[in-house]
Design a protein around this ligand. Structure first.
Ligand code: 6PG
Length: 262
């Protein structure tokens, strides 16, 4: 485990630290390539981060007109369904910032033809994500969560999508949930310039110990090894079984100091 593991005491401060990183990366990307291309995580953990980004100082500091938002995965439900990752992001962030409608790219899923839904999203990525490497769209930032079973996005244990080496977006049937999902695959996730894995709460602690200390390599999230930068952002509860020497204890104060060069 070569990645940087940052532990921030509580979820709100953790979300501020990630929001600061979002701000920095967006400013760099917009300055160098004219736009910031980011894929959002679903689930519940990132909600606080999205809410913070919709408020000052981030509301005013991020150049939302040049932000392009995508999704790491989606459930086979309408965009206004309570289970939709898009709906969570819309309510917490996208409805509150001046991001152009054409810059927001939900994963549209036709439950009767989920293969085409995945192909269509891959075509959207190829058409709209301007930076590519070896023909693969290169996100500036991908946000990921972690399930207590070691999944990330919809890369669940014992699913065929884990072996996908060519497609960038694929459907996946998740037996334990008895449902289909559409998800980004390892090839495009690992092409990202920066990846933030955000995990919080006691329920993630045992799995993080298995991943970070025992390094069993049995968990889908352990195959997240980007060419770029990978930072794990953990709260104290999620990191409680990890040895102190493995962790970078981060507080918002020193993050902001680093940001301003103070
Ligand atoms: C999803 C997410 C999934 C999520 C993890 C963690 O669609 O559910 O993509 O990978 O990030 O399951 O979820 P929590 O943040 O709710 O623990």
């Amino acid at each position: 485990m070569q990645a940087d593991i940052q532990v921030i005491p509580d979820t709100t401060e953790l979300s501020h630290v990630v929001a600061q990183w979002w701000l920095t990366l967006s400013q760099q990307a917009i300055q160098t390539q004219g736009g910031f291309y980011v894929a959002l995580a679903g689930g519940s953990t990132p909600r606080t981060l999205y809410q913070l980004l919709s408020q000052s100082p981030y509301l005013d500091a991020v150049d939302w007109q040049k932000v392009h938002v995508y999704f790491g995965d989606e459930r086979p439900v309408p965009l206004d369904h309570a289970d939709s990752n898009y709906r969570m992001a819309w309510e917490a962030l996208l409805s509150k910032v001046a991001i152009p409608e054409e810059n927001v790219h939900p994963i549209l899923i036709d439950a009767c033809d989920i293969e085409s839904s995945a192909k269509n999203y891959e075509a959207t990525l190829q058409r709209t994500v301007v930076v590519k490497s070896n023909g693969i769209p290169r996100f500036d930032l991908i946000l990921l969560g972690m399930g207590d079973d070691g999944h990330t996005a919809s890369l669940f244990p014992d699913t065929l999508i884990l072996d996908e080496k060519t497609k960038l977006v694929a459907p996946v049937y998740v037996e334990k949930l008895k449902t289909w999902r559409v998800s980004l695959t390892y090839p495009i996730i690992n092409m990202a310039k920066h990846i933030a894995i955000i995990a919080a709460g006691d329920a993630k602690a045992d799995k993080l110990y298995e991943i970070c200390v025992k390094q069993t390599k049995r968990n889908p999230i352990e195959q997240i090894n980007p060419e770029g930068e990978l930072i794990w952002y953990l709260d104290s509860k999620a990191a409680k079984h990890l040895p102190p020497e493995m962790l970078n204890k981060v507080s918002l104060a020193n993050t902001q100091a680093n940001m301003t060069g103070a």
